[in-house]
Design a protein around this ligand. Structure first.
Ligand code: GUN
Length: 302
């Protein structure tokens, strides 16, 4: 193994520690803590497990947390009214509606109803616009791209002038991370190429990358010969490719694979994120960071 492992599980602990200390300090000086509400519609096991982890993490760092579970047949009107209730609740700094939503609810309408100043997911068009403008204008960078950028910074990878290639153009990862990497500022100033399903000769683009960020949702898409020797490889893929019995709990768990052929890639890359334990843990961590930022912005403190 030649590549350095960039472990989200380790970086998460560092950041959560920092957040916990900051929350305690604000509590002491201002008598308040950040409040986060997660709205869960229905009973999808994957969504329940994500939301449970978000709430557990919020509790760990000292936030006030509310898990608001609603039946799968809640009307769109009632859901919008619920969001408005939290928009007007002074104790709530972050509102997250767990996606995906049931088919009878318009996702766009829901995301557009969340107060942009409480939109800790960074999905509201106002926050997407703020991200595009960059610099001080950015309020809530979306959590997965923010986690990727934080990992690159904390791993000490040079981004200024670097060739970054992003594989994938989703609203949640590809588009925002591409935008963030070419902005002025720390962990950015890169030259960015975005490649996708219609790109000709994917391999030749990837091979140019000093930093290769892969969010395609295709297991083992990136082959070792697509990687520039010494490159930093960030694998955002979380593909369920089977099931196994957990040695720890004896329960059935998903077998996960990234978008990069990890075993072969680690012999060529300079640094690489594993799956699981790479980008995954960073998303919830950055959600906590955004919720804390929301309270700090309200209190007008740095
Ligand atoms: N579902 C899967 N990932 C996410 C996320 O980051 N935010 C929300 N709101 N829903 C999700």
């Amino acid at each position: 193994m030649s590549a350095k492992l960039i472990k989200g599980t380790v970086i998460r602990e560092e950041i959560l520690e920092e957040i916990t200390k900051e929350v305690a300090k604000i509590k002491e000086t201002h008598g308040v803590v950040p409040g986060l509400v997660t709205i869960l519609i229905g009973e999808s096991p994957a969504s329940i497990s994500y939301v449970t982890l978000k709430i557990k993490t919020a509790h760990r760092v000292g936030f006030t947390e509310i898990q608001d579970s609603q039946p799968v047949d809640i009307s769109e009107e009632d859901l919008l009214a619920l969001i408005e209730k939290y928009n007007n609740d002074d104790s709530i700094n972050g509102i997250l509606v767990q996606l995906p939503l049931p088919k009878h609810i318009d996702e766009k309408k829901v995301l557009n109803t969340i107060d942009p100043d409480k939109d800790v997911d960074g999905f509201h068009p106002v926050n997407v616009g703020r991200l595009m403008i960059g610099g001080d204008e950015v309020k809530f960078p979306p959590c997965t791209p923010a986690g990727i950028q934080e990992m690159i910074i904390r791993a000490g990878v040079e981004t200024s002038g670097a060739e970054v290639v992003v594989v994938g153009r989703s609203n949640i990862v590809g588009k925002p991370i591409a935008n963030m990497m070419f902005q002025k500022g720390p962990g950015a100033n890169a030259t960015v190429t975005v490649v996708h399903t219609r790109t000709k000769n994917l391999a030749s683009h990837c091979k140019r990358a000093d930093i290769l960020i892969v969010a395609a949702g295709v297991p083992d898409l990136v082959k070792p010969e697509w990687i520039k020797p010494g490159a930093c490889v960030i694998d955002v893929g979380v593909n369920r490719v089977g099931e196994k019995i957990s040695e720890k709990t004896g329960k059935k768990i998903a077998v996960l694979k990234g978008d990069v052929d990890f075993d072969a890639a680690k012999e060529i890359a300079g640094s690489i994120t594993p799956v699981p334990g790479g980008v995954g843990p960073m998303t919830i961590t950055m959600l906590m960071k955004n919720t804390l930022k929301s309270l700090k912005s309200k209190l007008k403190i740095a």
